[in-house]
Design a protein around this ligand. Structure first.
Ligand code: PRX
Length: 633
């Protein structure tokens, strides 16, 4: 096991050590894992290209560390609790021994279907236990998993399959979410009809069991492929720097990019952060409500907890089904000790009223966590008082898809808290704030753009198929620094408060959405000439999506037209990217060089036009009045 920090004093001491001797620090953390061949060198790096390698020359298999090494000591312990969408259905509990057997069996099935080390496997599945089995089975044989959130549209899925040239797609028949039964496999059919030539096989897990069309020669049932397969499978030993997975995420420009994480560093970092941030104790029941389709699910439903030998819970449903007391009911029933969720869920449940949480007895709860977006004071206090009964520390964990694991966060019960602050960097993490010119801002009580100036083991290695994009996105803005895209404040005590994105990325309910992507989708609607999308404060979602749209001919039925725009966005990206507000405008404010002045559009979307700044230099200043009027301001 890696270190587990016990006190603030020890935190400070370990932090200093991790900065003075990073390689020594990380070698110590890595040494507790099962390596098939030790590393020659802890770290090789430059942020110029970038080229970062951890535990160079080391060989391993991450699933041996998640599963095999626990069999002797905790084979009978529950590894996974699955809470189904329908509360009347019984939860499923899977022990480490059983999970090992299922992973091996499915790994053998993948091999039989021709999947080899380095092949990309797309996983488009709802939150069922087989999703975890699928992820680990890929890792077992050295295949690279690319999980796509099952709420994305066929177009998005198809783009991701093509970009990674996946050979196999793993899916389920349907996705049971609240009262809905979403035809997931049908989305795969539609995606593959858009020319994903690399795909030869689709393996379908039977979830709800409703009738389904299977494509002869391509589609196979999960229960058929595992028939007769052995429940042991020799792990494929891979290099520390071989890719483990690709996960697509939105940036400020173009299509989502495939963030690549590799084996050794990701393993060390997710286990270390899981145990330290949540102060995990042997025997704890841990529940992270994220979806495995996002990085939080990868790192803190699957890998981190299983590496630490924890009992991790997966929830198939939604927080409000059958009623807004569902989370609290599940915590009470399963005696959850550590609960990790997103501010947007807290706000939604808070808005549903206190009656849903009031009568619940949740004495098992010890640690609460949040992730994905800044939490507001009201939600923080409600979480603390109503859920944690003022006796559970809240860890506000800041990190990103690209960082692989939690970077800035309190250590539960150790770091003195301040509401809504991510507080201090974990040992091994060296954040800094820079100004627009790239100068580091020293001292406290300052604000700037958040960068990290030294590599950590689970840093992004590349963007799949386009290394230059990785360089320009993260390493080109400031010399020798990884740029996060976030703005932050360091207060008088050196605590960090994350302010939010400083680029054209909107954080909607903790999901990253690029404005360019939404604009591209809107522009595909017949009749749309141009559009501009900005974020604006939203009570539940944190940020909402506000779209300004220029149309060609006069629109006779604006409501029907807006509905059409929403349909196109749903088809191109998915329901999560649907604009909350659409305003039809005669023009967009532009600079003389043709750049859209988003600053002005943001202000109008916020409803604050008291200080729009100098608009006289615009190409078309008159359009600002029209837009203000259209917005009712
Ligand atoms: O803006 C920050 C916000 O979410 C972004 C990363 O999004 P994603 O890659 O989808 O990963 C989300 C889950 C790790 C960041 O750039 N963010 C994440 N955590 C926090 C946060 N903002 C404020 N406070 C946080 N705790």
């Amino acid at each position: 096991m890696s270190i587990q920090i016990q006190s603030l004093e020890q935190y400070r001491e370990v932090y200093q050590k991790s900065v003075a001797d990073p390689e020594g620090f990380w070698a110590e953390q890595a040494s507790s894992f099962q390596w098939r061949k030790p590393w020659r060198q802890v770290l090789k790096w430059n942020f110029r290209e970038p080229n970062v390698k951890w535990f160079v020359g080391g060989r391993l298999n991450i699933t041996e560390n998640c599963l095999d090494r626990h069999l002797e000591t905790r084979g009978k312990q529950t590894a996974l609790i699955w809470e189904p969408n329908d509360p009347k259905q019984k939860a499923r509990k899977i022990t480490y021994k059983q999970l090992y057997g299922q992973v091996c069996q499915f790994a053998n099935a993948l091999k039989a279907e021709g999947v080899k080390k380095g092949d990309r496997v797309c996983i488009y599945m709802p939150m069922v236990p087989e999703l975890t089995v699928a992820v680990l089975a890929c890792a077992r044989i050295g295949a690279i998993h690319s999980v796509v959130f099952a709420g994305f549209s066929a177009v998005s899925l198809s783009d991701r399959i093509k970009d990674a040239e996946c050979t196999v797609v793993l899916t389920s028949d349907f996705n049971a979410r609240g009262v809905k039964n979403i035809p997931v496999k049908q989305v795969v059919d539609e995606a593959l009809a858009m020319g994903c030539e690399s795909v030869t096989k689709v393996i379908v897990q039977k979830n709800t069991g409703d009738p389904l069309k299977m494509v002869e020669g391509r589609d196979i049932w999960w229960h058929d492929v595992i028939k007769g397969k052995r429940k042991t499978c020799k792990a494929t030993i891979v290099d520390s720097e071989d890719p483990l997975f690709i996960l697509y995420t939105s940036g400020s420009t173009g299509k989502p990019k495939g963030v690549v994480h590799t084996q050794g560093g990701y393993m060390v970092y997710t286990e270390y952060t899981f145990r330290n941030v949540f102060q995990y104790q042997d025997g704890d029941i841990y529940w992270c409500t994220a979806d495995v389709g996002w990085i939080t699910g990868h790192s803190y439903i699957i890998y981190g907890p299983l590496l630490a030998g924890a009992t991790t819970m997966m929830f198939e449903g939604v927080p409000t089904f059958p009623d807004p007391g569902r989370f609290w009911d599940v915590i009470q029933r399963h005696k959850v000790n550590i609960f990790y969720t997103a501010p947007t869920a807290i706000r939604a449940l808070m808005a549903a009223g206190d009656q849903w949480v009031k009568g619940r007895r949740m004495p098992s709860l010890r640690v609460l966590g949040t992730v994905g977006e800044p939490i507001n004071e009201e939600a923080w206090h409600w979480y603390n008082e109503r859920v944690g009964k003022k006796r559970c520390p809240i860890v506000d964990t800041w990190w990103q898809t690209e960082t692989g694991g939690i970077m800035i966060s309190p250590l539960a019960g150790i770091t003195p808290l301040k509401p809504c602050l991510a507080t201090l960097p974990l040992p091994g993490i060296q954040p800094c704030l820079v100004d627009a010119a790239g100068n580091e801002i020293e001292g406290n009580d300052v604000e700037g753009m958040l960068c990290i100036k030294y590599p950590w083991p689970s840093i992004i290695r590349t963007t799949y198929g386009d290394h230059e994009r990785c360089r320009t996105n993260y390493f080109a803005a400031f010399k020798d620094k990884y740029f996060t895209g976030d703005g932050a404040r360091r207060d008088a005590d050196g605590y960090y408060r994350i302010i939010g994105r400083v680029d054209d990325v909107i954080n909607v309910s903790g999901h990253r959405i690029g404005t360019a992507e939404v604009e591209d989708a809107i522009n595909k609607t017949p009749g749309v000439v141009e559009s501009a999308v900005v974020g604006y404060p939203h009570d539940i979602k944190g940020q909402g999506i506000y779209a300004y749209v220029i149309t060609g001919d006069a629109i006779s039925d604006p409501d029907a037209f807006k509905k059409q725009i929403l349909d196109v966005v749903t088809k191109e990206i998915g329901p999560i990217a649907k604009p909350d507000k659409i305003q039809l405008v005669p023009g967009l404010p532009k600079t003389r060089s043709g750049k859209i002045m988003r600053r002005i559009l943001r202000k109008i979307a916020e409803g604050d036009v008291s200080n729009l700044g100098d608009i006289s230099t615009l190409l078309n200043p008159e359009v600002v009045e029209d837009i203000k009027e259209g917005a009712g301001l």
